[in-house]
Design a protein around this ligand. Structure first.
Ligand SMILES: [Zn+2]
Length: 475
């Protein structure tokens, strides 16, 4: 009987809440863990477990729990716990041996860079971060425009930006590199690029809920099947945000590849590529078409990179996340790629937004009713909305979104095709080769190009009439 079940569930919540509010975190947590599988009490129970661990300072346990129970709230608590863990363990206080007394030099910013053996140190306004560089790296031989560009990428949380002057402009190098995350988008980019492109992964050097196991398998695949080694550079620069009280993560869009900026002279780089798909280029916030080639974002960063002797390239700007998945399927990388980093090292967690959008359409098991997936599906505007609509369609979930019928009935096959005008954004040295490789895997979007009509949240709202789902936070 639903009524009895509701009463029983409410009684259990009441009991747990009383224990929690009286400070008995252990018992309230124990009882909550028994309620995790209950549809009625799951969100409440997860919340109690998170809060009780937090109140007791069980940072490692809390992070481990969030990995298996992902949600917005879990992410928030995980980030908080990570910051506390680093502070407690001294991760935030890791410092160089020789330059420990140096402080942030506001007036001579280039003097904030130091080298100890293969370790590159950066003194930012609130502390130190490092990169464990290849032994060939020599700071004193690194062009200052690269150091300025790296600071512009890293110091965004401080709102610090430097002009990279023409007088110090670095000549373009001969080689190319891709900032490689090991996810679906950058793997598709790697598949389209010339084989001599350096693939390089930023490896977070401190303990966190992020699991490197999946990318380790992928990199092994690159080595065994293609004889290519993925260069990995350990670093803790994602802690710059922590020093500002922000969640751990990249300071800006290009921070994942900052080690390649810093290594540009070492490897004679003239091209630096990022696996940024249509969702973040020709679509603004994944939901509205824009002329990306004339966008201030593209023009400003393209110029800044050029002043440091680097051609900034987005080699899959003409491909959507859906198209990138298809490229990974045809090139047989798909079994080794998983864009969810919250899983156990082999599989994704099945409960996060990335799992819904990337793993669900691949037929991998996901929990459609999970807190994060449901919350994001009902958010206005929905994150990566165009791709999410495609994802709903591919997973045959239209019947769960009756209010979206008008947009879900349109064809979606174009989303897996490539946008020809995007090829013009790519430098001539790469354009023909990337077009040729793209044609191996995908077809061009037909005229009239549906992508150019995408405007999912135009006012007054014509297409999407979302209703924010009320989410209970009972404590
Ligand atoms: Zn996931």
């Amino acid at each position: 009987m639903p009524v009895i079940a509701n009463i029983l569930a409410a009684w259990k919540r009441l009991r747990i809440r009383r224990l929690y509010n009286s400070g008995d975190f252990v018992k309230s947590r124990t009882l909550s863990l028994r309620e995790i599988s209950s549809d009625l009490n799951r969100d409440f129970a997860v919340s109690i477990v998170l809060r009780s661990h937090y109140n007791e300072g069980n940072w490692s346990e809390l992070i481990a729990f969030t990995a298996s129970h992902p949600s917005d709230q879990s992410t928030l608590f995980s980030k908080k716990a990570e910051s506390k863990l680093f502070a407690k363990s001294g991760f935030l206080d890791i410092q160089p041996k020789s330059f420990i007394k140096e402080v942030w030099n506001e007036f001579s910013p280039l003097k904030n860079w130091y080298q100890e053996g293969s370790c590159l140190w950066f003194r930012h306004p609130k502390g130190w971060v490092f990169w464990d560089m290849p032994k060939e790296f020599v700071l004193s031989e690194t062009n200052e425009s690269l150091l300025f560009l790296a600071m512009n990428v890293l110091l965004k949380p401080f709102d610090i930006r430097y002009q990279i002057g023409e007088s110090t402009r670095r000549p373009f190098g001969q080689n190319a590199a891709l900032s490689y995350s090991g996810g679906i988008d950058s793997t598709a980019a790697a598949a389209l690029l010339p084989e001599d492109t350096i693939l390089s992964y930023h490896r977070r050097s401190f303990p966190s809920s992020l699991n490197h196991g999946i990318v380790d398998r992928l990199f092994e695949r690159w080595k065994l099947k293609f004889g290519r080694t993925v260069l990995q550079v350990p670093s803790n620069h994602e802690l710059i945000r922590s020093s500002m009280g922000l969640p751990v993560g990249f300071s800006s869009d290009f921070a994942a590849g900052v080690h390649l900026i810093l290594l540009s002279d070492t490897f004679d780089l003239g091209i630096l590529a990022f696996g940024t798909p249509i969702d973040n280029t020709w679509l603004e916030k994944g939901s509205k078409f824009r002329d990306f080639s004339s966008s201030p974002y593209w023009i400003r960063w393209k110029r800044q990179f050029a002043n440091a002797g680097l051609h900034l390239e987005f080699p899959i700007n003409h491909i959507s996340e859906g198209g990138a998945m298809k490229v990974c399927q045809i090139t047989e990388f798909i079994d080794y790629v998983n864009s969810c980093l919250r899983g156990n090292g082999l599989k994704g967690c099945g409960k996060c937004w990335k799992c819904f959008n990337k793993n669900g359409p691949l037929g991998r098991k996901i929990d459609f009713e999970s807190y994060e997936i449901q919350t994001f599906l009902h958010r206005i505007p929905m994150p990566t909305a165009m791709h999410a609509l495609w994802s709903i369609h591919v997973q045959n979930l239209e019947h769960k979104f009756l209010h979206l019928q008008s947009v879900l009935q349109q064809p979606f096959d174009w989303w897996e095709k490539y946008y020809s005008p995007g090829l013009d954004l790519i430098g001539e040295y790469w354009r023909d080769g990337i077009e040729e490789n793209t044609r191996k895997y995908l077809q061009p979007m037909p005229e009239p190009i549906a992508l150019e009509q995408v405007n999912l949240y135009r006012k007054p709202p014509l297409n999407l009439e979302f209703h924010e789902k009320s989410v209970k936070h009972e404590v």
